[in-house]
Structure formats: structure tokens, C-alpha cells
Write a protein that binds this ligand. Structure first.
Ligand code: ADP
Length: 192
């Protein structure tokens, strides 16, 4: 199961990825988590990334492809993965295609979680208080949403043209949204 989750910041990709991991037993690869861990460790890459993340911009593509390539090369992705936060622009989508083709395993499903922008602003304001992520400050959220609309939204169209994209409504309880995703994946949901 090689699944790519797309959606605006705060659309619930991370939450759904965590729930899917429990169901599918494949690893969750979150570029946001990988970058924040690197920043916490204070590696050169991490510190460089932190200033970009805190401004709500995208970390350069070359850095991201190195990170993803290394992660996809590990043994635990042999049975698949849930990719959350990558690709975030068309160049990254093309790099991912090349990497997966090299591994002989193209993506099976790309799921876009649709959430209304007004709802996103509310959710991220709540997360800013709860988790204290600097990039959840309102001004930065607006920048992340602009970056999303300009650079990441075209990635959904890219996969839609290739018949890989399904849009799932991201409104409602997290278990309800999980059910919608599992039914897209054709997984029996009666035992949930
Ligand atoms: P969210 O989806 O809520 O914005 P993430 O944790 O996925 O949160 O990402 C946080 C930040 O990490 C992004 O705003 C960006 O600065 C950086 N980032 C994550 N993934 C990528 C990527 N694929 N390319 C460039 N930057 C990225």
C-alpha cells in the first residue's frame, strides 16, 4: 500500500496518517516531522530548515528529495508507506515519480483531504495554542495557505490527470474521515 496524502495545512493529514498506520501497518512518513526532528537535533540541515518553516515557506526541493530518497530507501517501506507532506509542488511530484519508478513501486492511491479554508484557520489557531508550533501563528498560516494554493494545489491536478486522485471530505469526526479514506482504499470497514 503506497499512499500519498494531500491537503492544505491543518486538513488532518497527520491525524489520518496516524490512524491509517494502525490499520495498515505501514510506516507514516511525514516530511514535517522529519524536518522538525532535524531542527530539534540542531543539525545543520535542521537549523536551515527551521527558519524556512517558521516563515511558512517551502524547504528547497533538493533538500527534500535527499530526505525522502533516504527515507524511501529504508527496509521498513518494503510493504508500503503513507506519505504526508510530500510532494508539495510539481517538481517534487516529478522527483517522487522518478524515485518510486527506480524502486519499481509507483504510488497506489493519492488522497486529497478537502477542508474549507475558514475551518483551517480556526483549526490552526487552536493548534498554535495547544502545540505551540511557531508556524501556526496567524500571519504564518496565511502564508502557508498561499503557498499551498500556488504550489501544492497543482499537485492534486497532476495526480488527477493520471487517474490516481480521490478527494475525501475532511469535515467531521476523525473516525468518520478515516472511514471515507478506508472505503476509497477498498478496505473492509465493518470491523472498525
Ligand atoms: P502542515 O501540512 O500542517 O503545513 P507539515 O508538518 O506537513 O505541516 O509541514 C510544516 C512545514 O514543513 C511546511 O510549512 C514547510 O515549511 C516544511 N515542509 C514540509 N514538507 C515539505 C516539503 N515536501 N517541501 C518543502 N517544505 C516542506
Amino acid at each position: 500500500m503506497r499512499i500519498v496524502l494531500l491537503g492544505a495545512p491543518g486538513s488532518g493529514k497527520g491525524t489520518q496518517a496516524t490512524l491509517l498506520v494502525e490499520r495498515l501497518g505501514v510506516p507514516h512518513i511525514s516530511t514535517g516531522v522529519l524536518l522538525r526532528n532535524a531542527a530539534r537535533k540542531g543539525t545543520e540541515l535542521g537549523l536551515k530548515a527551521k527558519s524556512v518553516i517558521d516563515r511558512g515557506e517551502l524547504v528547497p526541493d533538493e533538500i527534500m528529495s535527499d530526505i525522502i530518497e533516504e527515507r524511501l530507501g529504508r527496509a521498513d517501506v518494503a510493504n508500503g508507506f503513507i506519505l504526508d507532506g510530500y510532494p508539495r509542488n510539481l517538481a517534487q511530484a516529478k522527483s517522487l515519480d522518478t524515485m518510486l519508478a527506480r524502486l519499481g513501486n509507483p504510488a497506489d492511491e493519492v488522497i486529497h483531504i478537502d477542508v474549507d479554508p475558514a475551518q483551517i484557520i480556526k483549526r490552526l489557531a487552536k493548534r498554535a495554542t495547544e502545540e505551540g508550533r511557531v508556524d501556526d501563528a496567524e500571519k504564518t498560516v496565511r502564508n502557508r495557505m498561499r503557498v499551498y494554493a500556488e504550489q501544492t494545489a497543482p499537485v492534486a491536478d497532476y495526480y488527477a490527470h493520471r487517474g490516481l486522485l480521490t478527494r475525501v471530505l475532511g469535515d467531521g469526526h476523525k473516525d468518520e474521515i478515516l472511514q471515507r479514506i478506508l472505503s476509497v482504499l477498498n478496505i473492509n470497514t465493518t470491523r472498525v
